[in-house]
Design a binder for this molecule. Structure first.
Ligand code: FNR
Length: 395
């Protein structure tokens, strides 16, 4: 790996040197409504910013003169040895930003041997995604309806899903003012702004919008119904935004029926981590949904230690704002088992398809590798709080 890590960046990719470079390019290359949907947060967007700032509250303490000539950032999770300690977070409606985004991200994830989490809100049926990557995880939004839940679990099991992620931080839709301002709707409906914006972004209009519409006739959400096939975006979508009636009782039901791994995504309180454990979850994702649900909510990094303490044997994953290898190592040092990353992979898919996603993953892998050497770590086995120091201003 060290030779791979120090290999020169291919010229084609010279402009994307880190994950933020994808965001900057996507801002120019996608219509405002689409970029705004992907990048935006709830209300003023304060949480999106504070998620990034949270990493600055810890600094690394290097270790010297250890043998780090041969290093590996591999991590085993849910019985699978992944090449890196990060994966791709679920993102609904990804295909409005990048043609066939879910399939492209799933393919890239397979090539890079990292997990890809498919969203219930995706436009592509889960069966089409497991066909290219049988190891994907599935992130369900489930309604408070026993028969419907069992039907969805049966569909996921039949598709070969082993890891079911239940997103639990969407009791209702959130206040996304920017989406309203930009004319973003779900399903995407042509409006004056979108049409004008689309004409100004012909690459998106012809490469993504037209091809998606041509393939599917109409935008569909395919993974919220027990049976496969296109499910029209419709009134039934209401529960994706949640009606507030999904509770721990439903988690209990899911645990009884679901044979695979069960992960609850969107935990921030240590008390909820304890409840997740008591309800038989195999893992949790400490997350504020990338700042998209509640403006002013705490950053997952600031809760990680306390949540870890209540998590027992559960796997603790974390997301929201991770952009650098160093961010990932800080979370692992504080006790996370794995990190998920959302937006940058979607931008990479929109800008350069599957190779773009692979490149983004490679950049992060390289950053982790270089940072591991500085920290005196040949593997991630021994990473712990001793390699971090709170920022002096925080003590
Ligand atoms: C999301 N996220 C999300 N989460 C989920 O559980 N189900 C979903 O359908 C979606 N949809 C979705 C769409 C888009 C466009 C984005 C950007 C995000 C949240 C996602 O899984 C993850 O928690 C955050 O994106 C992580 O933050 P970063 O890495 O994007 O900062």
């Amino acid at each position: 790996l060290s030779s791979r890590a120090s290999a020169p960046v291919p010229r084609l990719w010279g402009r994307y040197l880190n994950l933020d470079d994808f965001e900057a390019a996507a801002r120019h290359r996608l219509p405002r409504a689409i970029y705004g949907y992907a990048s935006g947060g709830a209300a003023d967007g304060g949480t999106v910013r504070s998620n990034r700032a949270a990493f600055g509250r810890w600094r690394f303490v290097t270790r010297i003169l250890r043998d780090v000539a041969s290093r590996t950032p591999a991590r085993t999770l849910f019985g699978h040895r992944y090449d890196v300690p990060f994966g791709i977070a679920p993102m609904g409606a990804a295909a409005v930003a990048a043609f066939d985004a879910d399939v492209r991200m799933a393919r890239a994830a397979r090539a890079a041997n990292l997990p890809f989490v498919l969203s219930a809100n995706s436009i592509t049926p889960m069966e089409a995604v497991t066909a290219v990557n049988p190891d994907i995880w599935f992130a369900a939004y489930l309604p408070p309806d026993a028969a419907h839940i069992d039907g969805m679990l049966a569909r996921a099991a039949a598709a070969g899903i082993r890891v079911l992620v239940v997103t639990v931080d969407v009791p209702c839709g959130s206040n996304r003012e920017a989406e309203r301002r930009n004319g973003y709707t779900m399903p995407l409906r042509p409006n004056a702004r979108l049409v004008a914006d689309g004409i100004a972004h012909p690459r998106w209009l012809l490469g993504t919008a037209a091809r998606t519409l041509a393939r599917q006739g109409v935008p569909v959400i395919s993974n919220i119904r027990p049976r496969g096939g296109p499910g029209l975006f419709s009134r039934r979508i209401s529960y994706i935004g949640g009606d507030g009636a999904f509770t721990w009782d439903h988690v209990r039901q899911i645990r009884r029926s679901w044979q695979g791994k069960l992960v609850l995504k969107g935990v921030l309180s240590p008390a909820d981590a304890r409840l997740a454990r008591q309800h038989g979850a195999d893992g949790i994702v400490v997350s504020n949904h990338g700042g998209r649900q509640l403006d002013g909510v705490v950053s997952p990094m600031d809760m990680l230690g306390a949540v870890r303490d209540e998590s027992g044997d559960m796997a603790v994953l974390i997301d929201s704002g991770f952009r650098r290898g160093g961010d990932i190592l800080k979370a692992l040092a504080l006790g996370a088992d794995f990190v998920l990353i959302g937006r940058p992979f979607l931008y990479a898919a929109a800008l350069a398809g599957e190779p773009g996603v692979r490149h983004a993953a490679g950049l992060l892998r390289r950053e982790i590798d270089l940072d591991m050497a500085q920290l005196g770590l040949a593997t991630l086995q021994d990473i712990g709080p001793d390699c971090l120091m709170p920022h002096p201003a925080m003590r």
